[in-house]
Design a protein around this ligand. Structure first.
Ligand code: F6R
Length: 612
């Protein structure tokens, strides 16, 4: 959840660190800090955003060619300057930044207090800093060894970088459960939570594995050990990302840019996978597991948040097309409820970041029961991508806005391809029907581009409803997950309470909420259940609710009844989520902007949820 950057080399560290923090701010933004080592070890911290830290310290002498920096999403201790990272050790000889949670910190703290340590903050991180100092002093070992020994006593998750005043050429980095990547420049090293702060300096990176500790020394080769003291050979990979993908490119917010990128990101998700000329689809990453999928008892999809909504669309697709039973589970529930898992089950984990702690834990649980685990991730080399037996990347490009947009449509695209492939292999679909869906899927990027042109209607609706306190979203079938996703987008960035419901469930409770103040968004594009959705709209109108309907171009019936309509191009029912989600993303975006909310970094949220 927090962002980590560190540098050692011949350049001035401060500009690299502060720019790196800005790139990582999506991971957490309640406080930030920097430690620079230049004769003395100086720590600068501030509550609030990276720009607050910058304002506070830019007049100071910030020279130094080695340093560490952090942007925080609070877990232990309220977000204030004292709890911000880096944390000094008691002697102020060592400073440390940390992403993750040290679960046994209370016990470790008690032991250190008994040995005379006094703590300034309420964080688990300061405990680790002092533990390392204590080991370094008492066992007379160097910093690398002290960190390694200390981590053997830690229960929980961490990505850390440590520097020490008495060794101005060295950074120590380690990870378990939280991501960390080391960039290898010509004569320098970069460390970060993900590759975004590194990409402008080098494309050569090493992803640390769990329980690995790295010794990063100026003008020396990188050395990696496990915390159990086994030497590892660093595996250097080439980054494929480019810098422009990390910038706003003229858009006011990353979220808006990412919404508008969807025609291309969906195309990128399909690239090399949809072959209409050959009448087939393929997913190279899971080709060796196709047989396993075909003979699976069932597919279990595990995910959180928006990725879970994509999973629900996946359930409809797999059952509809390939006739394979599917269960979609919140990873956080699945991991703790002693689920029944068979070796013949295939678990598909969906995650944009590839770092979500609950999803990772669900994977480990299913793996321990012998199930096959496949991943659908956006971030290449992420923990989930590496924890699964095989998988496919969504290729949506970096998603910086905290509210997920293009990752969702890319996930749904991939699930569609996977379901089509299984249907073809299983023979549960005729050739002509397969081709019909395939050709329609290929036309989706253009239809998304057309859907994006509905701005004038959407801004009008946003203007009308920006001050309401509640919203209801209704959809049936494939549009039910769309309703959930629309509601989630609205609440997370505009702080308006919103609920998504299967349209027919409304009469079992939520209908009591409907009055003249309640806007109800209805996704009314269904063919099979169109009449039923029309009846649901009538039920809302009869209670004076105000209806915003998403309809297919040319619709006349719903248009007559609804207060506002947004038209989307006609498509296959199973592909509607790829179009209907777009205006809902835009509606939330415009409402949030009109309400003056911080769209890219909504309060209390973070982009990658690496804690429980
Ligand atoms: C919503 C959102 C979150 C994430 C969830 C899972 O806009 O971004 O609900 O979808 O935290 O994250 P990933 O997909 O990274 O596992």
């Amino acid at each position: 959840m927090c962002g980590i950057v560190a540098y050692v080399g011949p350049k001035q560290a401060y500009p690299i660190l502060i720019n790196g923090l800005k790139r990582l701010e999506y991971r957490g933004y309640d406080s930030a800090g920097i430690a620079l080592l230049n004769g003395s070890l100086n720590v600068y911290k501030s509550k609030g955003r990276v720009s607050d830290l910058e304002d506070l310290i830019h007049d100071l002498n910030l020279s130094g060619t080695i340093g560490i920096a952090h942007t925080r999403w609070a877990t232990h201790g309220e977000p204030n300057t004292v709890n911000a990272h880096p944390h000094y050790s008691q002697s102020k000889q060592i400073a440390l930044i940390h992403n993750g949670i040290i679960e046994n910190y209370a016990l470790l703290r008690q032991e250190l207090e008994a040995r005379g340590y006094v703590f300034e903050s309420s964080t688990d991180t300061e405990v680790l800093t002092n533990l390392i100092e204590d080991i370094k002093l008492n066992e007379e070992v160097d910093l690398f060894e002290a960190v390694r020994i200390a981590l053997n006593q830690v229960i929980g998750a961490y990505a850390i970088v440590v520097i020490s005043k008495d060794d101005p050429n060295t950074l120590i980095a380690a990870r378990k459960g939280s991501p960390l990547v080391i960039g290898i420049g010509k004569d320098d090293y970069y460390v970060a939570s993900d590759a975004t702060p590194i990409i402008e300096y080098t494309k050569n990176v090493v992803y640390l594995d769990d329980e690995e500790v790295a010794l990063i020394r100026r003008n020396n080769d990188l050395k990696i050990k496990t915390i159990r003291n086994h030497e590892k050979t660093p595996y250097v990979q080439k980054l494929e990302m480019n810098l422009t993908a990390l910038e706003k490119g003229g858009f006011e917010h990353f979220m808006l840019k990412e919404i508008y990128e969807q025609p291309n990101s969906i195309k990128d998700s399909m690239r090399g996978r949809v072959h209409s000329e050959l009448g087939t689809v393929s997913l190279g990453g899971i080709i060796d597991y196709e047989q396993k999928l075909l003979t699976a008892n069932r597919i279990i999809i595990v995910a959180c948040g928006t990725s879970w909504h994509a999973g629900l669309v996946g359930e409809y697709l797999f059952e509809d097309l390939a006739r394979i039973p599917v269960e979609v589970e919140y990873a956080s529930e699945f991991r703790y409820r002693n689920p029944v898992i068979y070796e013949q089950d295939v678990v598909i984990a969906i995650s944009q970041s590839g770092e979500t702690a609950d999803t990772l834990a669900a994977i480990e649980l299913a793996k321990s029961k012998g199930a096959t685990i496949l991943g659908i991730c956006n971030v290449v080399g992420s923990s989930i991508a590496r924890a699964t037996h095989a998988g496919s990347y969504t290729h949506a490009g970096p998603e910086i806005g905290v509210a997920s947009t293009k990752a969702f449509t890319a996930q749904v695209t991939l699930l569609t391809i996977m379901a089509l492939r299984l249907a073809q292999l299983k023979g549960t679909i005729s050739k002509s029907r397969f081709m019909q869906i395939l050709l329609e899927l290929e036309s989706i990027p253009d239809k998304v581009a057309e859907t994006l042109k509905t701005s004038h209607v959407v801004t009008k609706i946003a203007e009308q409803f920006k001050d309401v306190r509640n919203f209801l979203y209704l959809g049936r079938g494939y549009n039910f997950p769309v309703a959930l996703e629309g509601a989630l987008k609205l609440k997370e960035i505009s702080y308006i309470h919103a609920e998504g419901y299967p349209a027919a469930e409304m009469k079992h409770g939520p209908i009591a909420l409907i009055d003249a103040d309640m806007p109800v968004v209805v996704i009314a594009t269904n063919r099979g259940t169109y009449d039923k959705v029309v009846s649901n709209i009538q039920e809302v109108k009869a209670r004076k609710g105000r209806v915003i309907a998403i309809v297919t171009q040319g619709d006349t019936i719903v248009k007559e009844m609804a207060d506002y309509v947004i038209e989307i191009p006609e498509t296959e029912e199973m592909l509607v989520p790829l179009l209907a989600t777009i205006p809902l993303q835009k509606l939330s975006y415009h409402i949030a902007v009109m309400r003056g909310c911080n769209v890219d970094q909504p309060r209390n949220l973070a982009k990658s949820v690496t804690v429980e």
